[in-house]
Design a protein around this ligand. Structure first.
Ligand code: ASN
Length: 327
């Protein structure tokens, strides 16, 4: 029986009974190689790996329609980290090229649950670099992705074959599409935006299906994305999403950071964030943070694209689909 014919609830709650299937063995051997290839690449380029927290006083509010999980931490209020972005910036105190393999925990809306693209708990290979701009970050990211794909093709060809995945090594530079142009493109075929002002799930899948190579969507509207991105002009950001082709959709997001404390405060007000919650970030910014850029690659989405497995719950050892706790 094909695993996708087994209802998702069973695949989540009875995970331990399914992991012996050959498909899962191939997927998680490939995921292990993805992690190894990512680490090797980054260490070779002079990065150091730091460890991100999971419990924090504040977290990244720029997570689109998802919310935070609140936690009562002794007598203090805490949250589970939705994205390690603010800790990446803090980590730059240690070294100028850093990365985390960070846990991200997000209360994704139940009505967006599809078992395909969204998990309430997922990992990001989260990279931050000082003194590079968005263009340079896109070049580094393309190089990183190509390295990981080449390694998997070289070291896990047998597993890719078992999964019947014919994976092409992307050619660089990847195409860049401005967000406004992407909206126009999908609207010609009847797709539009969601309530957060992002491309709807269907629009994202559609634009991804029309591509055979990874590509970038750049210059998102300033109002809909995190306060930590620098503005390109009054309405757009110096940020970007990496899109996988063949319908796999968004796989990474990042951009150039705003490091001027007054401009960060303005960005917070513009995006409806209370600056008083981020005193420690302002202390860092006033002390002086060098210009920097960073990106986070979702590990599970990268595994989906590389293995060609459609459902995200299948590429996660212990999946936490929104609303389903599992193991
Ligand atoms: N990882 C993203 C970044 O580095 C932030 C996010 O996940 N919200 O910009």
């Amino acid at each position: 029986m094909k695993t996708r014919h087994i209802v998702p609830e069973l695949r989540i709650y009875k995970r331990h009974l399914f992991l012996k299937l050959p498909k899962y063995k191939s997927i998680f051997k490939i995921q292990s190689t993805i992690l190894k290839a990512a680490r090797d690449y980054l260490y070779d380029k002079g990065f150091i790996e730091l460890v991100a927290p999971v419990i924090a006083p504040v977290t990244d509010p720029g997570i689109r329609e998802a919310r935070e999980f609140d936690l009562s931490y002794y007598s203090e209020k805490a949250v589970l980290v939705t994205s390690a972005i603010l800790y990446k910036l803090t980590g730059l105190k240690i070294h100028d090229k850093i990365f985390f393999v960070a846990h991200n925990i997000r209360k994704e809306p139940i009505d967006l649950r599809d078992f395909t693209t969204r998990l309430a708990e997922f990992r990001q290979i989260d990279i931050e670099i000082t003194h590079i701009d968005r263009d340079e970050l896109m070049r580094v990211s393309e190089d990183f992705l190509i390295h990981v794909i080449e390694r998997v093709k070289r070291e896990r060809s047998e597993e890719l074959e078992k999964l019947k995945r014919e994976l092409k090594v992307p050619r660089r530079p990847f195409k860049r599409i401005r967000f406004d142009d992407a909206v126009e493109l999908v609207s010609e075929d009847g797709y539009g935006l969601d309530s957060a002002g992002e491309l709807s799930k269907e629009a994202e899948r559609y634009i991804s299906e029309t591509h055979e190579e990874p590509f970038w969507i750049i210059d998102f509207p300033a109002k809909i994305r995190g306060f930590y991105y620098k503005k390109k002009d009054s309405e757009h950001l110096l940020d970007m999403d990496l899109m996988y082709p063949e319908g796999f959709g968004e796989g990474a997001s990042g951009g150039e950071r705003e490091v001027d404390p007054l401009k960060v405060r303005d960005r917070m007000l513009e995006t409806g964030t209370d600056p008083r919650k981020y005193i420690w970030l302002f202390e860092i910014l006033y002390e002086g943070l060098p210009p920097c850029s960073g990106i986070g690659f979702g590990l599970e989405r990268l595994t989906r694209y590389i293995t060609g497995v459609k459902e995200i719950i299948d590429v996660t050892l212990f999946p936490k689909a929104p609303g389903y706790l599992g193991l």
